[in-house]
Design a protein around this ligand. Structure first.
Ligand code: C2O
Ligand code: CU
Length: 478
């Protein structure tokens, strides 16, 4: 009776939210309202090339509009579906009530073509987030359905400029049209479907994607990886960047690695950069993910010829103030394990498909499944399956992820942030909060969190082809 269980969870979640509000003292929240209209339209991806490409995106803008909020506000986002197929919107990284999480078949019914859904939730955390469909994500996201969502801090670090770069890619043919080869088993079971054109804010990457600065300025650069399968390794020429937030949550500021900042699909990083080079100079921002091949230019930091704004960098703090996330107590935490197997390379995998042990590599092509989590293989719409974990509300949890595959996986949990404790058993000194974390091939990863948010939450690989091929399950908090 999984459907009944879900209905119960949702009404329980709604009740819990109502009870949590102190009846008389609830402050009137300011509401920010947006409308998102997903549809198909044509866009010129390269200002230097007049050919237009068909994409799907929101409000006939590509990428979708940047949604801005302040912490503590109430969001109301009305979605009107003008696509020919069902959709939903998921608010990646936001701790929303389960019923607003945008997962079809789990937290809501899909929004049918021509239909509408109103998302309403309180904005709990400041930071850099994004939004995208959770319906057929392996197709809808690479077709162009994604946008940035920024929640301003109450006291942000002082900067002169705040830029958002939404990184992605698209697979184009010679006519610069989308190659419609979504969901191929070859992509599902390997590294996922990558594009052949890198995009920065929906435009072809290259030296024309400029961040215009004046010498002496302090720049905050927010990078979001919205690609469905591509990792970005971002190298900044001529500038020392400090990492001040991962996935929107402030961290102890530290120098970005000079060999590049690695962002898996779904991940975000906030950088602070003091632009202390000469007026008129230009420096490349490169993607160096494939060091043996030539690196690709994403864009440039372009200095105006104006005299420097200041001669020494600002001395004010660059730290991003923390959000109020519940701190896991490791002494009383319970241990849970999730093991991953499968993929086209590596050891053969036996997994349960509809309760029956099957050799995954044998049924791959027929079933469209390539991965197992704790020996289970399930399709993207996990409605008929049991959750991977059942946690009690308020439980302190250490989640041990064991990757037995030969593939890298950016693992994402909905509704919660977790602290990254250890990689392959070695303590991670930074202990940053994340909602998406890179799990290297044949490695283990330990994370900790408090299961505070009631409901049924997706836990999946953010290589969207992997999620479609079985790396998608749920964790129930009740
Ligand atoms: Cu960004 Cu389950 O997704
Ligand atoms: Cu994966």
């Amino acid at each position: 009776m999984p459907i009944h269980r879900r209905e119960f969870l949702q009404s329980a979640a709604a009740l819990g939210a109502a009870l949590a509000l102190p009846a008389a003292a609830a402050p009137a929240r300011k509401e920010s309202r947006y409308e998102l209209i997903p549809s198909e339209f044509k866009v010129q991806l390269d200002p230097a090339n007049p050919q237009r490409s068909t994409v799907w995106s929101y409000n006939e803008q590509f990428p979708g509009p940047l949604l801005r909020f302040r912490r503590g506000e109430r969001a109301h986002i009305a979605v009107q579906n003008r696509l020919a197929q069902d959709t939903t919107v998921h608010w990646h990284g936001l701790r929303v009530p389960n019923g607003m999480d945008g997962v079809p078949g789990v937290t809501q019914l899909p929004i049918a073509s021509g239909g509408r859904f109103d998302y309403r939730f309180d904005i709990k955390d400041s930071g850099t987030f994004w939004y995208h469909p959770h319906q057929a994500s392996f197709e809808q996201v690479p077709r162009g359905l994604y946008g940035a969502l920024i929640v301003e801090e109450d006291k942000p670090p002082k900067v002169d400029r705040d830029e958002v770069w939404l990184l992605s890619d698209i697979r184009l043919d010679e006519q610069r049209q989308q190659v419609e080869d979504f969901g191929r088993i070859l992509d599902l079971a390997n590294d996922g479907r990558r594009g052949n054109q890198l995009l920065v804010n929906g435009l072809a990457a290259g030296p024309d994607r400029r961040i215009d600065v004046r010498a002496g300025e302090r720049l905050r650069l927010r990078l979001i990886n919205a690609a469905s399968a591509r990792f970005f390794r971002v190298v900044l020429e001529g500038h020392a960047a400090s990492i001040v937030a991962w996935d929107g949550q402030g961290v102890t500021p530290h120098a970005a690695p000079t060999d590049g900042i690695v962002l898996g699909p779904g991940m975000r990083v906030d950088l602070i950069i003091d632009c202390m080079q000469r007026p008129g100079a230009r420096f490349e921002i490169r993607e160096a993910g494939r060091p043996k091949l030539s690196t690709m230019v994403l864009g440039v930091i372009a200095y105006s010829t104006q005299a420097p704004l200041r001669s020494a960098p600002l001395t004010t703090s660059i730290a991003v103030p923390p959000n109020a996330l519940p701190e896991p107590d490791l002494d009383k935490a319970s241990d849970h394990y999730i093991m991953f197997q499968g993929g086209m390379r590596g050891s053969p995998t036996i997994g349960l498909i509809d309760g029956k042990p099957s050799r995954i590599q044998d049924i791959m092509a027929k079933q469209g499944l390539a991965w197992t989590m704790n020996y289970n293989a399930q399709h993207e719409h996990a409605l008929m399956h049991e959750p991977l974990l059942n946690l009690s509300r308020g439980e302190h949890v250490i989640l041990h992820m064991v990757n037995e595959t030969d593939f890298v996986h950016p693992m994402h949990l909905h509704g919660h942030f977790f602290r990254v404790l250890a990689v392959n058993g070695a303590a991670n000194a930074l202990r940053e909060w994340r909602d998406t974390v890179i799990m290297a091939p044949r490695s283990s990863l330990d994370v900790a969190f408090v299961a505070e948010n009631p409901g049924e939450w997706m836990y999946h690989c953010h290589i969207l082809d992997h999620a479609a091929g079985g790396m998608m399950g749920t964790i129930v908090v009740e």
